[in-house]
Design a protein around this ligand. Structure first.
Ligand code: ATP
Ligand code: MG
Length: 389
């Protein structure tokens, strides 16, 4: 029989509204961010528009219960085994870039992946939930294998890194992963692992969602050479820590439109890196400040396609915008560079906090898998009864 106190008519409408509201608030407060970068070099403007800029906004929005930012050194080692020193040296570079961009150790937990041994354990158990064929089909793994010319010599650790990435995300019960679109197949793979785990064992893991930049240009910023993706491994980057001169030189030699030989020639926007960067960085007020002859980017694009607008003018405009964006980051970095021991201390504290959170999840995972033998009084009792009987 239904308990009358639980039927709707005995709960006043206002209370239901409050309950509903409470539920919404609770759900919002349950949102957790996990994201990170490989310490294979300094961070570049592709990271900035693809993920970093958004992370800072999310961190400051107050909508998230926790923000975890991971320096993925263990993942970086999977394809840098000949060069461990590179990974070791770049940890501090990435941390400096993070804090210069506005990630605040008071609000976000900044940590180093290898210091959280729980992540290895989770990876090991998740490996049973994924087939080799599924990993081979992962488009990111496929393209990265190609990019690195691995072919048959691919290290097992690299091949299985989507699984370790699933461990990173789920260890913190992350709901939200702000990334560039090259990472979408990774998040999909994580969701599959979570689904499988929760179905086979018990619903302890959280399915994450990727959070992509809204603008198309930011999802995968091309390199200064016009290649599909700015990437540390391809050496086609504008780094956040580049000097003003370095930024200017890189912009002035950037790939544009090979058919736009004379100023009067009609220009093409497709595949034109300078315009893609303008899409990613330019705001309305930049025209007022640096190029008042044009009302907005559409007008500038229209003039370029019509013919009569030279690449140099557009590049100079982009340079002004990029300098304005990067200058405060560069200045903060210079200050932080004087505080290296304090930055390591931040990473140490962050790693300790991250480890605590990951240990909780690992313990739930082991209970769900029923490999927590010594805490399982029922198992011990049943086994001993079996032998008594
Ligand atoms: P590596 O070449 O070592 O893989 P990377 O430059 O690809 O380095 P990662 O550390 O793999 O950088 O990526 C960290 C984050 O930055 C990911 O969320 C990724 O989607 C994002 N990202 C990297 N490059 C770009 C880019 N060019 N445009 C937009 N987002 C990017
Ligand atoms: Mg990458």
């Amino acid at each position: 029989m239904k308990n009358k106190f639980f039927t709707r008519k005995f709960v006043p409408a206002a209370q239901i509204r409050r309950l509903r509201k409470g539920m919404v608030i609770k759900m919002e407060n349950d949102k957790i961010i996990l994201t990170g970068d490989r310490p294979t070099g300094r961070l570049h403007v592709g990271h900035y528009v693809g993920s970093l800029r958004r992370r800072v906004e999310l961190q400051n929005s107050g909508e998230y219960k926790k923000t975890y930012i991971m320096i993925a050194d263990a993942q970086a080692l999977t394809d840098n085994i000949e060069n461990p020193e590179k990974v070791r040296q770049n940890i501090i570079e990435v941390a400096l870039d993070y804090i210069s961009c506005g990630l605040d150790p008071e609000k976000s937990t900044l940590f180093i992946q290898s210091q959280i041994s729980e992540l290895c354990e989770l990876t090991f158990y998740y490996m049973d939930l994924v087939t080799v064929a599924r990993l081979q089909r992962n488009p990111t793994v496929k393209s990265e294998i190609q990019m690195r010319n691995f072919e048959a010599s691919i290290p097992v650790g690299f091949f299985t890194y989507p699984i370790s990435q699933a461990a990173d995300i789920t260890a913190f019960k992350a709901t939200t992963v702000p990334v560039g679109d090259d990472q979408l197949p990774m998040i999909e793979q994580t969701r599959e692992i979570v689904h499988k785990f929760n179905t086979v064992y018990a619903p302890v893991l959280v399915e994450p969602a990727a959070l992509l930049p809204e603008q198309e240009a930011c999802k995968r910023l091309p390199g200064t050479d016009g290649k599909a993706k700015m990437s540390k491994s391809l050496g086609n980057c504008i780094y956040l820590a580049d000097t003003a001169d370095e930024v200017r030189t890189k912009i002035m030699s950037m790939y544009t439109d090979p058919l736009h030989l004379q100023v009067s020639d009609p220009g093409h926007l497709e595949g034109n890196t300078v315009f893609t960067y303008l899409d990613a960085f330019c705001r309305q007020e930049h025209f007022e400040r640096y190029l008042p002859d044009y009302a907005n980017l559409d007008e500038l694009k229209a003039h370029y396609t019509r013919g009569g607008l030279g690449d140099v003018k557009v590049k100079k405009f982009l340079n002004n915008i990029m300098q304005e964006t990067l200058e405060p980051i560069r200045t903060r970095r210079k200050e932080l560079e004087k505080e290296i021991p304090a930055i390591y201390e931040i990473l140490k504290k962050g790693s300790e906090a991250a480890q605590e959170a990951a240990a909780q999840t690992l313990s739930q995972v082991k209970s769900a898998m029923k490999i927590n033998y010594f805490e399982d009084a029922e198992l011990i009792r049943a086994q001993s009864e079996r032998y008594e009987g």
